[in-house]
Design a protein around this ligand. Structure first.
Ligand SMILES: [Zn+2]
Length: 133
């Protein structure tokens, strides 16, 4: 499991009950109902960060800009490489991306997923698929 701290935060708008709320979930998941909403929810995911009219990003906190860039980078990586397939061969962890390309040990995806895969190996899983970062 990906830890909560790694979960991206999304802002949702329900047009049925006019409620806005925040939700944490994986990038590849999508909510279709607001928890506790008794109407036919019509949820709309709104960008986590307000689109800034001022392109220089003035007035936006540095931390927010960094977070936004990380988020964008993650989406890029996800589009480019995921789902990934991994397996242990001769004691070595092999990771292939969606196009079946073997990723080097220095590849960002490899270093990102290494801990996750090592945990799986600890639970006696020696191959698997991972759909998102
Ligand atoms: Zn609703």
């Amino acid at each position: 499991m990906i830890m909560d701290a790694d979960m991206p935060k999304y802002l949702y708008n329900c047009s049925a009950c006019k409620e806005s709320f925040e939700a944490f979930h994986l990038m590849c998941e999508k909510l279709d109902k607001r928890e506790g909403c008794d109407k036919e929810c019509a949820l709309k995911k709104v960008p986590s960060f307000p689109i800034n009219l001022n392109k220089s990003g003035k007035g936006q906190k540095v931390g927010e800009i960094v977070k936004q860039h990380i988020e964008e980078a993650r989406e890029e990586i996800e589009k480019e490489h995921y789902p990934i397939y991994w397996e242990v061969t001769d004691g070595e962890i092999i990771i292939e991306n969606r196009r079946g390309e073997k990723l080097s040990k220095h590849h960002l995806v490899y270093t990102t997923e290494l801990t996750f895969i090592q945990e799986r190996i600890g639970e006696c899983e020696y191959s698997g698929e991972k759909i998102c970062v």
